[in-house]
Design a protein around this ligand. Sequence first.
Ligand code: TTP
Ligand code: MG
Ligand code: MG
Length: 419
Amino acid sequence: MPSVPPRRLIAHLDMDAFYASVELLRYPDLRGLPVVIGGGRRHQPETLPDGSRRYARLADYAGRGVITTSTYEARALGVHSAMGVMKAAVLAPQAILLPVDFEQYRAYSRRFKAAVAELAPVIEDRGVDEIYIDLTHLPGAQDAVGHDPLGGARAIAREIKNNVQRSTGLTCSIGVTPNKLLSKIASELDKPDGLTVLTLDDLPTRVWPLAARKVNGIGPKAAAKLTGLGIHTVGDIARCERAWLVEQFGRSYGAWLHDAAWGRDERPVVTESEPVSMSRETTFERDLHAVRDKARLSALFTELCTELAQDLSRKGYLSQTIGIKLRFDDFRIVTRDLTLPAPTSDAQAIRRAAGECLKRVDLSRRLRLLGVRGGKLMRQAAVDARPPSPARRALPPRAAEPEPTYNLPLFEPLADADS
Ligand code: TTP
Ligand code: MG
Ligand code: MG
């Protein structure tokens, strides 16, 4: 049984020349050309009577606009983000200039993140074109493939890249390493369309030669001070005594610099939008009664439980607290829930628990709405990864509250409850 926690496999994904690449989707005739995005809202491309388009060139630009990004072909000419457009025009007068369209970039941002979430749901959003992804608990992520001990993680990262490409038409670059700090560095090492997998053994060859500025967290001020001290690369920092760095940069930042240079970073991938619960409910076309519409209600109830179970499974969650929600014809809402001994995403277990909840409700009035809810959610992967605990398994089900008995027929029992 796994008693050692699995090694962390953290990915950083960053879209390639993001704004520019989104623009090339609508202007494919610009592929392969130096294209620059920025300079305000003017200079929209013009469609000519023959259907062809006329684009603005950098050389024609006058103003104080700056460049947000550019294609790799423009970068090859020395053009880069935050450069003034007129300055860029000196380097690349024939480069094409397009205005920004944030609305469009936001739409593609949502789309690429959804494509990743289909394969790997533990995502930390880091802005419009990048995310961290925790691959640690994904099925197969820890597997070796042939002689490649990280083959499983590499294959998943490749799948993620493919899915992003399929759903957006855009390429991205991914770094996979034991932590966020290194992955952020790794995703840049083979841009564009890169996939870089690093372990701590790769530090001396792949990370230490890099400029200190490449470490996320070493800004211009720290870099200038480091340069003043004769420290230029990440390796230069790694060779410094920790105590000396603390003397120079203070206790917290000095120690962090040392850890960073040695590739140490324990920060978790923080998913801001962890769902608290998932639910399914339905409002009836006409109010239904527990006795007179028993068959219809029973079928709907089972359907809701099945849908909830599918939602949970698809999103990779288990639920330990199953609840129901009823709205009566007088608009009164009643909820009941039941905490199970272990979390589940099984439709029949959910149906059984929901049925128990239902027994605790007076069903003499007609119903307008019926809902089933799964609370106390846990990630399936996290539950699978933890060692079996005899204590947890032996936990008795929470005693049901004493409840009044209503002499009303309840919904059909589950098929397997009879057997
Ligand atoms: P980045 O990921 O930094 O750059 P990029 O995606 O254009 O190129 P790369 O292939 O190197 O990742 O930024 C993402 C988007 O954010 C970028 O397309 C435009 C915007 N941006 C700005 O508006 N201003 C800036 O200074 C930078 C760096 C980016
Ligand atoms: Mg990018
Ligand atoms: Mg980015």
